[in-house]
Design a protein around this ligand. Structure first.
Ligand SMILES: [Zn+2]
Ligand SMILES: [Zn+2]
Length: 252
């Protein structure tokens, strides 16, 4: 029998992470947006009310309503990667709130440039291409009031995909890198290997207790995925781990 994830549906619910045991006061709320029900997240510092919106893919009214209801001050938009369901409304929301867009990594530049046409192709309305005010890199740190989100470059699903991690709150926003019971889609075997490397060698070492918000569907923990995920569990990884050594020059 499959074990249930430690956390179930975080959708539309405010989840004070400090109640889960970590002392840090980073709060978040997941707002499903677009027809892909993408997990846009509003995250804020409990001390100061300063906030970020991660992956404003669409449905601006829903995002604005959540911001209003929580009474927080959004200071910047953060983007995990350049797909329309994650980045489609970034330009409009940034313009409306007069705040900067930060991320993804420069390697997703071609995706952002084609956001309008790709959005149209897949039925996401009103996606506007943009150039972020700041491209982010592995090792960058983003202040959210008194809290910090660390930036990890995790290519595979897209070349410039980023994850945002709060070490103190034991919380990660991972976009389409990893899901509960699945991993992000890739176009080539090499991209797939890159993705497995990102998950196994960059995300999982952060700790089993880290709760992650995936780009779609239910929340989970890295520990849960190391046990039960059919693609990246410790058991599954026995089959491909040696490839990381063989292809080391391709992986980053
Ligand atoms: Zn994606
Ligand atoms: Zn997605």
């Amino acid at each position: 029998m499959r074990k249930r994830p430690r956390l179930v549906e975080g959708h539309e619910a405010t989840m004070p992470i400090d109640k889960l045991k970590a002392p840090a006061k980073l709060h978040f709320r997941v707002i499903p947006v677009t027809r892909a029900r993408q997990n846009c997240s509003l995250a804020w510092c409990g001390d100061t009310g300063r906030a970020v919106v991660i992956d404003p893919g669409g449905d601006i009214e829903r995002m604005l309503l959540a911001i209003r209801e929580e009474g927080v001050q959004v200071e910047r938009l953060l983007i995990t990667h350049g797909h329309p369901d994650h980045a489609g409304a970034a330009f409009d929301l940034a313009d409306l709130l007069q705040i900067p867009i930060e991320g993804p990594h420069w390697d997703d530049m071609p995706l952002l440039a084609r956001l309008g046409e790709v959005g149209e192709l897949y039925g996401f309305e009103d996606c506007l291409p943009f150039r972020p005010d700041r491209w982010l890199q592995h090792g960058d740190a983003i202040a959210v009031g008194r809290q910090t989100l660390n930036v990890l470059h995790c290519p595979g699903h897209t070349p410039g995909h980023l994850a945002y991690v709060s070490q103190d709150a034991r919380l990660a926003f991972v976009g389409d890198i990893l899901f509960h019971g699945a991993v992000g889609a890739t176009k080539t075997p090499q991209d797939h290997l890159q993705l497995l490397y990102s998950i196994r060698e960059k995300l999982f070492p952060l700790g089993d207790d880290i709760v992650f918000v995936p780009g779609h569907e239910a929340l989970s923990t890295f520990g849960e995925e190391r046990v039960s995920n059919p693609v990246v569990s410790d058991r599954a990884a026995q089959k491909y781990h040696h490839l990381f050594a063989v292809h080391h020059s391709l992986l980053r």
